[in-house]
Design a binder for this molecule. Structure first.
Ligand code: Z5A
Length: 210
């Protein structure tokens, strides 16, 4: 049984997802909720960590777009089955920093792989368990990359051309038009304003259900 709630954070590089994931987690725990916090690619067992290393390292040179997609999806299938679904069954609120929409935005809109194919692969990897709410943190890629550079050297995907990151951003914004599960936040605002907007939207999700 899937009694918990799945909240995902998405958006371009440096939007502030990790910062807001932590803030939301701290808030929900303080309010008495049971929370599992995780991320992709790489959350879950060691196999996922290893796949993340392969994906983001600049040491192996270029990898094909298709291989990149399969690796993302392999990490996702393992992560969902070993961590996300069990936590949801336990009734947790699972907060995941990046999930299925990143594959559509990066490998679909960014790399040019057919989006319908990615949708099918995503559905297969997550066993049909879609997020209940997806916070899309929207930011101009130039500003986002500047912020990301502050946290260390850019990885293989971060180092792609600005035009790639612009396509990724429009991918997220197009996805956000597709359904009620998306909530777009202007990530260029200050931390507290963003935190409040996210908190209000999450409480709406949780209160509708009580
Ligand atoms: N990827 C993919 O291609 N396909 C997929 O299916 C999946 C992922 C799942 C994972 O990288 C890469 O994999 C990612 C997408 C791709 N690559 N790219 N490019 P990651 O996990 O290493 O990194 P990330 O998820 O992209 O996180 P990030 O961009 O590095 O950062 P963030 O989580 O969005 O931001 P942050 O760490 O919270 O903040 C960054 C800095 O900005 C930090 O110094 C903060 O203090 C500062 N910050 C945050 N918010 C603000 C505000 N509001 N104002 C000012 N400064 C701020």
């Amino acid at each position: 049984m899937n009694s918990g709630r799945l909240i995902t954070f998405e958006g371009p590089e440096g939007a502030g997802k990790s910062t807001q994931v932590k803030a939301l987690k701290d808030y929900l725990i303080k309010e008495g909720y049971k929370v599992t916090c995780t991320f992709e690619p790489g959350g879950g067992p060691q196999l996922c960590t290893k796949i993340r290393e392969l994906l983001l390292s600049t040491e192996h040179g270029d990898i094909s777009d298709e291989t990149e997609l399969f690796l993302m999806l392999a990490a996702r299938a393992e992560h969902v089955q070993s961590l996300v679904l069990p936590a949801l069954s336990d009734g947790d609120i699972v907060i995941c920093d990046r999930f299925i929409d990143s594959s559509v935005a990066y490998q679909g809109y960014g790399r040019g792989i057919d989006v319908k194919t990615i949708d099918k692969m995503n559905s297969f990897a997550i066993k049909g368990r879609y997020p209940d709410l997806t916070i899309v943190m929207d930011i101009n890629p130039e500003l986002g990359l500047k912020r990301a550079a502050r946290t260390g050297a850019l990885d293989r995907i971060e180092g792609a051309a600005l035009s790639f990151h612009e396509s990724v951003r429009s991918g997220f914004l197009s996805l956000a038009q597709e359904g009620d599960r998306y909530f777009v936040v202007d990530a260029s605002q200050d931390l507290d304003t963003i935190k409040c907007e996210i908190k209000d939207r999450v409480l709406k999700l949780l209160n509708y259900e009580n």
